[in-house]
Ligand binder design. Structure first.
Ligand code: NDP
Length: 435
């Protein structure tokens, strides 16, 4: 805490890992006295830079730009870019730290990184977004590369933004390489990448449910968020027979007791992906649903909850409400949406709980598959990518079971994911010496 003042999110993420990894190190001689965790919490490199850009009215704006190159022991830095006014060093370091363990879990050769800006994309014109993305990439381009650091999307950065940044990178460097993932399908993007995080979250939840002889069929599912991850979590949960009754954004949530079917989801995608609008527009078209302003959906009765919006959106009280209402499976689609108090409540009640670094790893895993396809200069089919994604999520589940099963049979997915993620990175760092 002394070394990283004013970084509460980063300390929260480190504490959660340390609580499970330190006891493991104490039991395993080869990891002792090597300062492994101490080295892992210190980013290899932190880049901070000015982004100056001009809006449609001719006014000049200045934003902060960041890239955290956290750990490259097992592959090039890999992790998304976030554009949101809340972005700061603490949030990006927490995300980069989580990313190291997550990428290790995917079984693919990717190190960890994260970046972004405190830029607010809401209310900006398409041209302003383009100008900002170009200004951002003008600086970032000198620090990244297909074999060095490969950014992707995150909150506020989707296909449109990745496209603009890719165009600028290509212009500056005069090379067509897989330097960003989440690209459009016509210029090196992978099929299933947009779906991957949401689908992967549901595949992971399915594996968890199977450990108790359960499935999505006939279950009521509460989802938060209505962005990229939430949309495809809703789609896959519905395809597997679940009834998803909520979606949300930073203004509140909608509750649709009839379930958000494929047509209704298409409308959410239209609101969010085409008009960049607000979730309450849903109730204008579907008046049976209601909009609850300024609240999270955790008070709605369900068996399965998939938090897919942002960090610390589900606290201890919300967790207790979910459990009291019969919820027995929570799989994080977002990064660290559950507070430590919420996680403790889930563990105390012995319900199924998956941390994002395991259950939302499908996105970066598919980004890894996009990198492979770019290097091979070919494209795999939808089915091929989906099969690989499914297999990776099953492997991550297996790894969590291996390292996280308690003597009483309860699977602690937090412990499992942290230790499994740690082992691969630690072994690579040991082999590479003190560098
Ligand atoms: P999007 O920008 O597509 O969607 C984000 C959603 O979360 C929106 O509905 C947004 O509402 C809501 N949201 C964002 N900030 C807040 C806030 N402070 N309070 C309440 N709601 C908020 O992002 P993604 O779907 O890509 O990302 C969602 C989460 O998933 C993040 O935690 C991200 O790190 C994580 N993740 C994403 C991956 C990916 O592949 N995209 C991979 C792995 C993890 P509004 O529109 O009102 O801002």
């Amino acid at each position: 805490a002394q070394k990283n003042p004013n970084e509460p999110e980063f300390l929260q993420a480190v504490r959660e890992v340390a609580e499970t990894v330190i006891p493991f190190i104490e039991k395993n001689k080869k990891y002792q006295n090597k300062m492994l965790l101490e080295r892992m919490v210190e980013p290899e490199r932190v880049l901070m830079f000015r982004i100056a850009w001009i809006d449609d009215a001719g006014t000049i704006h200045v934003n902060k730009g960041y890239r955290i190159q956290m750990n490259s022991a097992i592959g090039p830095y890999k992790g998304g870019l976030r554009f949101h006014p809340s972005v700061n060093l603490s949030i990006l370091k927490f995300l980069a730290f989580e990313q190291v363990f997550k990428n290790s879990l995917t079984t693919l050769p990717m190190g960890g990184g994260k970046g972004g800006s405190d830029f607010e994309p809401k209310g900006k014109s398409d041209i302003e977004i383009m100008r900002f993305c170009q200004a951002f990439m003008t600086e970032l381009a000198r620090h990244i590369g297909a074999d060095t650091d490969v950014p992707a999307g995150d909150i506020g950065v989707g296909g449109r933004e990745v496209g603009y940044m890719y165009g600028q990178y290509k212009k500056l460097r005069n090379e067509f390489t897989g330097v960003l993932t989440g690209k459009g399908i016509t210029f090196g993007g992978s099929l299933i990448r947009p779906e991957a995080t949401g689908y992967g979250d549901v595949y992971f939840a399915q594996s968890m449910l199977q450990t108790r002889g359960e499935s999505f069929a006939g279950k009521t599912v509460v989802v938060s968020g209505s962005g990229n991850v939430a949309q495809y979590a809703i789609e896959k949960a519905t395809q597997l027979g679940g009834k998803v009754v909520t979606a949300s954004d930073s203004s509140g949530y909608i509750y649709d007791a009839d379930g958000i079917d494929a047509d209704k989801l298409a409308y959410i995608m239209e609101i969010k992906n085409e008009r960049y609008g607000r979730i309450n527009e849903y109730v204008a078209k579907y008046p049976n649903a209601k909009f609850v302003e300024g609240q999270e959906p955790w008070g709605i009765k369900c068996e399965i909850a998939l938090p897919c919006a942002t960090q610390n959106e589900l606290d201890g009280e919300a967790a207790k409400t979910l459990i009291a209402n019969g919820c027995f499976c929570v799989a994080e689609g977002a990064n660290m949406p559950c507070t430590p108090e919420a996680v403790e409540a889930f563990h105390h009640a012995k319900i199924l709980f998956a941390p994002g670094k395991a259950s939302n790893a499908g996105g970066v895993a598919t980004s890894g598959l996009e990198m492979s396809q770019n290097s091979l200069r070919l494209s795999w089919t939808r089915e091929e990518v989906d099969e690989r994604l499914k297999a990776i999520m099953e492997d991550i589940h297996e790894a969590c079971v291996l390292y996280g099963t308690s003597p009483d049979g309860y699977i602690d997915y937090v412990k499992g994911a942290n230790i499994a993620g740690f082992v691969k990175v630690a072994d690579a760092m040991l082999a590479q010496g003190v560098v």
